[in-house]
Design a protein around this ligand. Structure first.
Ligand code: PLP
Length: 398
């Protein structure tokens, strides 16, 4: 059975060109970039080349690029490193829809005496810029707002927010993990101070990330050790993966147009095909401002996990907006923050595409999904209540 992979916001296939670029650095060219000898020196040059390629993708200077182990590390290093240098400031501003790599810092910081503001979003997942402005105080050390949401694809006005922060002397960080390679970036004309990205979301391997640190940003290293990364991140470099990420950045620049045209067209075809064929289906997020590859849909009155399992039986990979916690299926914090009704949040599915997807794959899902949802609704007591005009037993919001 052929796999149809529509879960690219979870992780992506390593591009063949990326793998090819990496392979020699596992066996023939295994030197340590910190070594004095030329065997290590040639590896160092290749790491620096990768840094230049990542910088080019971001419109940044190479020395502003720090290689890390993943997006989670970059997020933690950004926020905790910025807080560390201003111990007198005790306020952190973020949103209710961040990835756990940022969101889980909220209880952590509260426990340590910080005031944390989690900005709310509306039903389409959008922030209110007035609320953002009002949240900033003289005590605010850092604001962290994701560039785009990994579940819904909603794109946030991070430049406006970064400028608001800058005007008040506050550091601004953005988690750009799902956005890099899908929307154009130019840090040379940006007010963003810190930015996180992760290799495995853009066809590089897992276990490598980047923290962009604008020159002059007050920040303190999170991982102390050797002098690697100009003393900003100790630890021997993950050389093959860094080299792979450099190649992936080069490919992402080349593929940006395709992401915003062909991949967007495929996503739109998938979404329209499903909405035309399956009644009581809602789009989660702001259709006006979304990543070109992401589509989050809620199929009312069915469980997303059941849909996923039946898609899985057909070789189709997607993901749901629920997280199985302590035996109960809770809708994700993102859909809860958006106030998606309980009966819809439970039936949410995220499809996330890549340049490797085809129209045949989209058409296969559009053709097969209606009968899956119909079968599941056939055994759903909520659907029966709804069809027969009875009040739905679980008529609360998620
Ligand atoms: N931030 C966002 C928005 C993400 O989607 C992810 C991963 O899904 C991360 C951070 C964490 O990245 P990593 O898996 O590289 O730690």
């Amino acid at each position: 059975m052929k796999t149809i992979y529509f879960d690219n916001n979870a992780t992506t296939q390593v591009a063949p060109e990326v793998l090819e670029e990496m392979l020699p650095y596992f066996h023939d060219l295994y030197g340590n970039p910190s070594s004095m000898h030329s065997f290590g020196g040639q590896v160092k040059r290749k790491v620096e080349e990768a840094r230049e390629k990542v910088a080019a993708l971001l419109g940044a200077h190479p020395e502003e690029i720090v290689f890390t182990s993943c997006g989670t590390e970059s997020d933690n290093a950004a926020v905790r490193g910025a807080l560390e240098v201003v111990p007198e400031k005790r306020h952190f501003v973020t949103t209710r829809v961040e990835h756990p790599a940022i969101w889980n810092l909220c209880p952590y910081l509260r426990k340590r005496g910080y005031k944390v503001t989690e900005l709310s979003v509306d039903r389409k997942g959008r922030l209110d810029l007035d609320e953002v402005r009002q949240s900033l105080t003289d005590d605010t050390a850092i604001v962290s707002v994701m560039m785009a949401n990994n579940e819904t694809g909603v794109i946030y006005p991070v430049e406006e927010i970064a400028r608001m922060a800058k005007a008040r002397g506050i550091v601004f960080h953005t988690d750009a993990v799902p956005a890099v390679g899908k929307i154009p970036l130019d840090m040379s004309r940006s007010a963003i101070d810190l930015l996180s990205l992760s290799g495995h979301k853009l066809h590089a391997p897992k276990g490598v990330g980047v923290l962009y640190i604008r020159r002059g940003t007050p920040w303190s290293p999170f991982l102390l050790g050797g002098h690697q990364e100009r003393g900003r991140r100790g630890g021997t470099e993950n050389v093959p993966s860094i080299i792979g990420l450099g190649k992936a950045a080069e490919l992402a620049m080349k593929n940006l147009r395709e992401e915003t045209t062909r991949v967007r067209a495929l996503r739109d075809r998938l979404e329209k095909g499903i909405l035309d064929r399956i009644p009581n289906t809602l789009v989660n997020g702001d259709p006006e401002s979304r990543l070109p590859n992401t589509c989050s849909l809620s199929f009312e009155f069915v469980e997303g996990e059941s849909i996923l399992m039946m898609l899985n039986d057909l070789g189709v990979c997607a993901s749901s907006g629920s997280a199985c916690t302590s035996g109960s299926l809770e809708p994700s914090h993102v859909l809860r923050a958006m106030g998606v009704p309980f009966t819809a949040a439970h039936g949410s599915i995220r499809f996330s595409l890549s340049v490797y997807n085809t129209q045949e794959e989209v058409d296969f899902v559009v053709e097969r999904l209606p009968s899956i949802v119909e079968r599941l609704r056939g055994i759903s007591p909520f659907w029966k209540d709804f069809q027969e005009g009875r009040p739905i037993a679980l008529g609360r919001t998620a």
